[in-house]
Design a protein around this ligand. Sequence first.
Ligand code: ACO
Length: 428
Amino acid sequence: MPERKIKLTNGGKEVELSIAESTEGPAAVNISNLYKKRGYFSLDPGFVSTASCRSQITYIDGDLGLLRYRGYPIEQLAESGNHIETAYLLLNGELPTQNQLDTFAQEIRSETKIPSGSWELMQAFEKEAHPMAMLMAGLAHLASIYHSELDVFDEAYRQRMARRLIAQVPVLAALGYRYRTGQDPVDPDPELDFTSNFLHMMFGAEPDPLFSHATDILFLLHADHEQNASTSTVRLSGSSETSPVAAVAAGVATLWGPSHGGANEAVIQMLEEIHASDVSVEEYVEQTKNKESHTRLMGFGHRVYKNYDPRAKLIQKICYDLLEKHGEGNPNCPLLETAMALEQAALNDEYFVVRKLYPNVDFYSGIILRTMGIPLDMFTVIFAAARTSGWVAHWLEMMADKQFRIGRPRQLYTGHTQRDYVALDQRD
Ligand code: ACO
């Protein structure tokens, strides 16, 4: 295809900008020489129309409700694959052969032996401390341990650190949980698969296969979502050539926010609130349509998906399977009933239809985690453990990019122009 260009005309002068082509989805206007040629920056708060990088990892079409990792539809990966195979795919670009998968799984398993000191560090926290704070501290500690090996331009170092992070973030998550619940740490079990081992380190027993399967699918579905806030943070932080462990800690800090990783907690709080109140599902939906109420239907809507979130469809079924088996006497059963009634009410309501507000992944993931006995404030930690494979895949991609350079956004300065210092005793 011949190179496409667009022309910008300003003040009688013209500048030609080339179009950077995508394999799918919108192309991008390459403005990298705009400042040099015409002295302008571009302004796009919130990166609504700005591609921050080229990437070959994940493709999303929000209008069609598509999500693909390395070209493979998420539905096919969830149906036939597992998290560790998906992590290999994200990192390496291709599905592994059996041999490659066995080697990768073994390498990850061997990295679950975390350096000593992590447990002592957890014990320095208050019992009520938020587990995301504990995870960040755990990562800071690991960054100090691995600092002497730091060599971000060495391919072997990068691959090793990627595997270490995938293996060790779940270990830190489990240590935090054990400490907060007054229990001793549980050593990893090398006989177990990745997610069963995670549940084993959390709960100290071999997990129910249905719980392992549900966790594995949750991990797989949350593994990557292209340039979201936490992944972009990992990239920006990593672009300073810092330790990948420190960059992932920065990603954890970003994920912690309620506009990003915290929404599944909010869904459960909403369902509990409706369940405990006299407000009917229909009345609650009406409230969320009223801007004055400052209430939103949690688990509905998405910045990118203007269609059903494909991940929500996949975990909806897991949610039903779990509650079918573990539902009797389970306090989450009524919550699921409320969730289903809310879903139906909203999907048939013009307000939600016109605005393309569909259930997102958080609508069901909270119920799944709750049914497995995972406390509310651990939800985002589980999300972080799952997202680590995406974070490190993006870090690897960025570090291997020939055009790699530190990320340094510009700004549109709107403050004072120069003015003179006023002595303290002369100020009003
Ligand atoms: N309930 C009621 N109304 C909503 C909701 C909702 N959940 N979401 C959006 N709207 C309305 C807005 O009020 C707005 O209405 P208007 O056009 O009359 O002003 C319209 O829909 C568009 O809303 P925006 O805020 O512009 O949509 P945006 O794409 O910026 O926001 C967001 C997306 C933040 C996810 C939003 O839908 C929301 O707050 N949802 C609830 C929280 C949630 O579930 N977050 C999880 C996201 S998924 C994830 O992080 C893994």
